[in-house]
Design a protein around this ligand. Structure first.
Ligand SMILES: C[S@@+](CC[C@H](N)C(=O)[O-])C[C@H]1O[C@@H](n2cnc3c(N)ncnc32)[C@H](O)[C@@H]1O
Length: 218
């Protein structure tokens, strides 16, 4: 049983701090998912349902067999939503235990799940997806790897495809006292998904201005 006295956000910060001290920006996710699967930790980001912004966005936009990719899928509520909306959906996460937990959670899934690292993505993902969904994954890594992570995400978008991005807005926090994770995205960082032929089509603040929601196309 997780210790109720331990705050999940504090515990994530402690685990991230240890990994970062070893020079590994993502090394805390696998042990956290493994501990969560064993009932010994709580995933601070897990809500058991899709992103409300993605659910609103997808409404009235059936996939009709188009290819979608969910970046850093976590417990996969967003990936399952896309599959249910008619997208031929792929999803990946850096944590093998996350992918194992997802397959246990959705044994009859039609989503193609795999373990992969956004910082060294599979070559076959390049320009390969009609819809790319990136929600809270880039921000889960420290600032110094945001730019290569953003470059990877933009590179997944096929010609004519769409990218949607959701992230905590750096502008909504007090940077002087903030300690990641997460490392929220500034407006300039969100705008920087527009690169190498990808262009911004919509950018707004949601959830009382606490988050960015952005849409792009190639
Ligand atoms: C804050 S959680 C968000 C999960 C999910 N996107 C959501 O909105 O519920 C960040 C997720 O990204 C994954 N992740 C972090 N860095 C990654 C990387 N470099 N490559 C792939 N997945 C990564 C983590 O394992 C974790 O599942």
């Amino acid at each position: 049983m997780p210790d109720d006295a331990i705050d999940p956000d504090e515990e994530a910060r402690r685990r991230a701090g240890l990994a970062l001290a070893n020079g590994d920006p993502t090394g805390w996710f696998e042990p956290l998912y493994a501990a969560a699967e064993a009932g010994e930790a709580v995933l601070p980001w897990y809500r058991g349902k899709p992103s409300p912004e993605l659910a609103d966005w997808i409404d009235g936009r059936p996939g009709d067999g188009r290819r979608a990719l969910v970046v850093g899928c976590g417990m996969a509520d967003d990936a399952e939503l896309l599959a249910a909306s008619g997208y031929e959906t792929s999803a990946f996460d850096v944590s093998p235990s996350a992918i194992k937990a997802v397959l246990n959670r959705f044994p009859d899934t039609t989503v193609s799940y795999r373990t992969a690292d956004l910082l060294t993505p599979p070559a076959e993902f390049h320009y390969a997806f009609d819809l790319v969904v990136e929600i809270m994954t880039v921000q889960s890594m420290p600032k110094d790897v945001h730019d290569p992570a953003i470059a990877s995400v933009s590179g997944f978008v096929a010609p004519g495809g769409t990218l949607v991005v959701g992230a905590v807005a750096e502008e909504s926090i007090d940077l002087d006292t903030w300690e990641g994770p997460p490392w929220p995205l500034s407006k300039a960082e969100v705008e920087s998904f527009a690169r190498d032929g990808v262009t911004l089509t919509s950018l707004r603040r949601v959830r009382d201005d606490a988050r960015w929601w952005a849409e792009f196309t190639r």
